[in-house]
Write a new protein. Structure first.
Length: 151
């Protein structure tokens, strides 16, 4: 019996004392889930109109596929990140991006995803994926992204 271990066990997500085989076993569901989630998100049209957090009908169809992928992931936590273009006040954009992420999480929960698996985060105009100098680039920046946040 290891007295120190029994008193202060490592957190479940701490891989520092786990064998390579155990780490691989823990990482496999994340990799599988990430692939399925990426595939579903790639085919979904999850962009927002300027200054809006309302989900359109096209977005809802894509989110149904994403909900299925998340449900199939088992006990994997997902971060839903909301983004905006750089037009407007940065503080307003941060709030708007949070509302976008919240709207997506709310819809996913309505589609049967366990709310404890989801976390909404608004990033505002940080991390653009395209130029904000063109309408097409701004449209791409008004988005949500999904990231595996943990087991």
């Amino acid at each position: 019996m290891n007295v120190d271990y029994d008193r202060n066990p490592l957190p479940a997500n701490d891989t520092s004392a786990k064998s390579p085989a155990t780490i691989a076993t823990l990482e496999a569901p994340k990799a599988s889930c990430s692939g399925a989630l990426d595939a579903a998100a790639r085919t979904a049209d999850l962009y927002f109109s300027n200054a809006s957090f309302v989900l359109g009908s096209q977005s809802k169809a894509g989110l149904k596929k994403i909900a299925k992928a998340i449900t199939d992931c088992g006990n994997v936590a997902i971060e839903v990140g909301g983004y905006t273009d750089d037009w407007g006040n940065p503080d307003y954009n941060k709030t708007l991006s949070q509302r976008r992420a919240d709207a997506v999480v709310e819809y996913l929960v309505k589609e049967g995803v366990d709310s404890s698996k989801l976390k909404a985060v608004g990033y505002g105009q940080e991390r653009p994926i395209a130029t904000n100098r063109t309408p097409a680039g701004r449209r791409l920046n008004r988005r949500v992204e999904f990231r595996i946040a943990g087991p």
